[in-house]
Design a protein around this ligand. Structure first.
Ligand SMILES: NC(=O)c1ccc[n+]([C@@H]2O[C@H](COP(=O)([O-])OP(=O)(O)OC[C@H]3O[C@@H](n4cnc5c(N)ncnc54)[C@H](OP(=O)(O)O)[C@@H]3O)[C@@H](O)[C@H]2O)c1
Length: 289
């Protein structure tokens, strides 16, 4: 099954009550703006907005008038949060076959669609049973309810465990100029060798969120690179992760249509080799090893 994703994915985590709190009309405009600028893949999770954002998006997408087959929908399952209207007392993960099937059905209902392009297992659980997960994925695929199964925040061995029973399309992990692990711990090498698509969450990192020495060093360098390349700092940070040969697809968390439009400039930006390494250098505050 071939799935074509847009070069940047729009993450909807911040669009609902957790941050932007868009009205249905505002969210429909946001979806349209992404779509008009070539961002056709939208990332969700059942938990976003305390189990409310998928439904907000579903209403807005229906209002947008865009045809379902023109976009790709990702959602996630497995985290049982203590937020929202569930009776959960202790945050935990559930990857039983029944729960995966139930959660996927909820996502379809809330998003007002008949299928998800990709269903992700949101976080690995020590108790997950790969056979049960494979059975659930097979059933959902056979019924046309998902096109592919992926994982999120999985190590290579955890991914390999699931892959020993069923196909794994992608791994959505944290990766940015301030979170370097996947390019250093073998995760990307493994994904390249096994044709697993890497998606990067929090792709611009903590530079604008945390006021520490690392942010300060990177901001000084970024000011030079902004002048040199004639694009904004977030565009440089996205281009930096997209330059990795694993073919990383950023999942951008903006709630601003203008920011998304601007960020698409990263698709055609190639940083000079020394500039790419300068970002790594300022991130760690030292020469690269
Ligand atoms: N799989 C997982 O476990 C997992 C975990 C976390 C997130 N995610 C997914 O990843 C997506 C992105 O995560 P994220 O929100 O952490 O990503 P992010 O794109 O790294 O950060 C987005 C935030 O940075 C702000 N921002 C962007 N450019 C900026 C700039 N130049 N100056 C100052 N602020 C700037 C945005 O503000 P504006 O709104 O003003 O643009 C927004 O609040 C989520 O929506 C979700 O879909 C997945």
């Amino acid at each position: 099954m071939s799935i074509t994703l847009s070069p940047i994915i729009a993450g909807a985590m911040n669009w609902g009550v957790w941050q932007a709190n868009f009205t249905t009309a505002e969210m429909a405009r946001m979806i349209h703006s992404c779509f008009d600028n070539g961002i056709t893949t939208f990332d969700h999770a059942d938990i976003y907005g305390g189990y409310t954002t998928e439904a907000e998006f579903g209403k807005a997408f229906t209002q947008s008038g865009i045809a379902r087959e023109k976009i790709q929908l990702i959602s996630k399952c497995g985290i049982q949060h203590t937020v929202g209207n569930r009776p959960t007392k202790v945050k935990h993960y559930d990857y039983s076959k029944e729960y995966i099937l139930w959660s996927a059905e909820n996502s379809l209902k809330f998003l007002q669609t008949d299928h998800l392009d990709i269903l992700l297992l949101h976080r690995p659980s020590p108790l997950m049973q790969p056979d049960e997960i494979a059975e659930a994925a097979q059933k959902l695929k056979q019924e046309g309810k998902i096109k592919a199964l992926g994982v999120s925040n999985f190590t290579t061995s955890q991914t390999e465990l699931i892959r020993s029973r069923t196909d794994v399309f992608c791994n959505q992990i944290e990766f940015s100029a301030t979170h370097l692990n996947p390019m250093l711990d073998g995760s990307f090498d493994y994904m390249m060798m096994n044709n697993i698509k890497p998606m990067a969450w929090s792709p611009i990192g903590s530079i604008f969120k945390e006021h520490n020495d690392q942010s300060h060093r990177l901001k000084l360098l970024l000011a030079e690179l902004v002048a040199k390349y004639g694009v904004t700092a977030d565009v440089i940070l996205l281009a930096w992760i997209m330059q990795h040969p694993a073919g990383v697809v950023p999942v951008s968390g903006s709630a601003s249509p203008e920011r998304f439009k601007n960020q698409m400039k990263a698709v055609n930006l190639k940083l000079e080799l020394e500039d790419w390494f300068a970002i790594w250098t300022e991130s760690i505050g030292n020469k690269v090893p």
